[in-house]
Design a protein around this ligand. Structure first.
Ligand code: 2HG
Ligand code: ZN
Length: 482
């Protein structure tokens, strides 16, 4: 065994430990009734059914740190949890009941906001939606948007380095972090809540915790970069014949006014069909169904940019050239929201349609159409009748290459094929120099892929970092590292 191997934590969760935790967080901060703890033990996709004796809900960083100190002393394993929206089982406790869930939900204060510095300092339990609204209230934009933003909490969003719809323009969560406050696995609080644009002072520790998925410590607060609020936004839904045409449309917008593209999303025809079938109130603004769809959003803080005219010009030419089959431009805020809803409800609609296997992958943007074509062929050869429903962030190369069970198949049987399906898709991803994990993270679902994709010096380094920061292995065990 390498000298970085982690010892197995020994202590079971005792009543004495729970009593000691209760004295720190109070009765309201500790859930032990199985009917209260059950929702925290299961993931959104219902892939994992864990068990926990308690869910700890500290009210502030100090309480959280004291709890971690106690758990470190007894070698008790902790699973940090925000909104529990992980797509890879990143926040579920183990089935044996040996892990406690540590919820950040009550750390939900906006600490400060500065429209001149363009910074927002907030606690881990603030939902992404609430953070966006706080920014908007002072005339700023928090340029991070994901489908689960109503429930996803900042701590989790940063811990997994979420990407979402605006990566094409503003980057991923990582790119928005100026400072962090973290409770380390021994209970120490690292206050790195600096809000400077320039600060070259040794290793960039905050970026170590962003994307660590709670395996190195618990993010309790952050300073995020804001952007000026757009003065103008223009959105259209386009029908396209193929992913190739979607890419051709993207390059036209890029050629026209690249910084105006704030989102460029692709959806498959069958995936859109699921949304229209399962989501109440979802309506299609285009006259006829198309093999694929693009949602394009342009936005700018510049005055008099004339984005609607830009959108019309590019789309008219694309229609004439047959790149776009049909297009609907939003004229009101309600129409804009309705178009976005068709995109954001894709996950929910796929869940309602039946069992699905997800592949959150990325390839270079220019390779997206070829990737979709080849991965589709590979999956159809593997499972005849499988329904291929890719969608996602075409503008940054991140496609959710999702597969829905064949109509007549048994859902449990289909889910049991997940490794075969993911391996087939990942073989194509590799051909295009892509990544097997674009924005959802590794969680509990993908650690087995790590040796193959990140093995050698890279994984060994990650294991050494883990052993150095969390020598007892009590932070989110079984996630990220194999
Ligand atoms: C999205 O882009 C999310 O809507 C979820 O990342 C993707 O359900 C999925 O596969
Ligand atoms: Zn996504």
């Amino acid at each position: 065994m390498p000298d970085t191997a982690l010892p197995a934590p020994t202590s079971a969760v005792t009543d004495r430990l729970l009593d000691a935790i209760r004295t720190i967080v109070g009765a309201t901060g500790l859930l032990t009734d199985p009917s209260d703890t059950a929702p925290y033990a299961e993931d959104w996709r219902k892939l994992y059914q864990g068990r926990t004796r308690a869910v700890i809900r500290p009210a502030n960083t100090q309480e959280l740190a004291e709890v971690v100190k106690l758990c470190a002393a007894s070698g008790t394993r902790l699973v940090p949890q925000g909104g529990n929206t992980s797509m890879v089982g990143g926040a579920v406790p183990a089935e044996d009941g040996s892990e406690l869930v540590l919820s950040t939900a009550r750390l939900n204060r906006i600490r400060s906001i500065d429209p001149v510095d363009l910074t927002l300092t907030l606690e881990a339990g603030v939902t992404l939606k609430a953070a966006q609204m706080a920014a908007s209230d002072v005339g700023c934009l928090l340029p991070l948007s994901i489908s689960s933003e109503g429930s996803a909490q900042i701590g989790g969003v940063l811990a997994v380095n979420a990407g979402g719809n605006n990566t094409v323009r503003y980057g991923n969560a990582r790119d928005l972090v100026l400072g962090l406050e973290v409770v380390l696995p021994d209970g120490q609080v690292w206050n790195g809540l600096r809000r400077l644009r320039k600060d070259n002072t040794g290793y960039c520790l905050r970026q170590l915790f962003v994307g660590s998925e709670g395996t190195l410590g618990i993010i309790t607060a952050a300073v995020l970069k804001l952007a000026p609020q757009p003065r103008e936004t223009a959105v259209a839904l386009c029908g396209v014949a193929s992913p190739d045409d979607a890419l051709a449309l993207f390059t036209r917008f890029q050629a026209h006014d690249p910084p105006a593209i704030s989102a460029f999303e692709y959806m498959s025809g069958p995936g859109m069909g699921f949304v229209l079938k399962h989501i109440e109130g979802a309506t299609m603004p285009l006259a006829a169904p198309a093999p694929g769809y693009v949602l394009v959003e342009l936005a700018t803080p510049r005055p008099d940019a004339g984005l609607r005219a830009t959108l019309e010009t590019v789309l008219e030419a694309a229609l004439e050239d047959g790149i776009v089959l049909d297009a609907a431009l939003a004229s009101t805020e309600a129409q804009r929201a309705a178009i976005w809803r068709l995109r954001e409800e894709h996950s929910e609609a796929q869940k309602r349609e039946g069992a699905s296997v997800k592949n959150d992958v990325s390839v270079p943007v220019s390779k997206v159409p070829a990737f979709i074509r080849q991965a589709t062929a590979a999956c159809e050869a593997l499972i005849p009748g499988v329904r291929v429903v890719p969608f996602g962030h075409m503008g940054d190369g991140n496609i959710h290459f999702n597969l829905e069970q064949p109509e007549e198949a048994d859902g449990a049987w289909f889910l049991a094929q997940d490794h075969a399906i993911m391996d087939a898709v990942n073989a194509v991803v590799r051909e295009f120099d892509g990544s097997f994990s674009a924005e959802h993270g590794i969680g509990k679902l993908k650690p087995y892929m790590m040796p193959d994709w990140r093995g050698g010096a890279e994984l060994a380094l990650m294991q050494r970092i883990k052993a150095a920061l969390d020598p007892q292995g009590i932070m989110n065990p079984g996630k990220v590292l194999p």
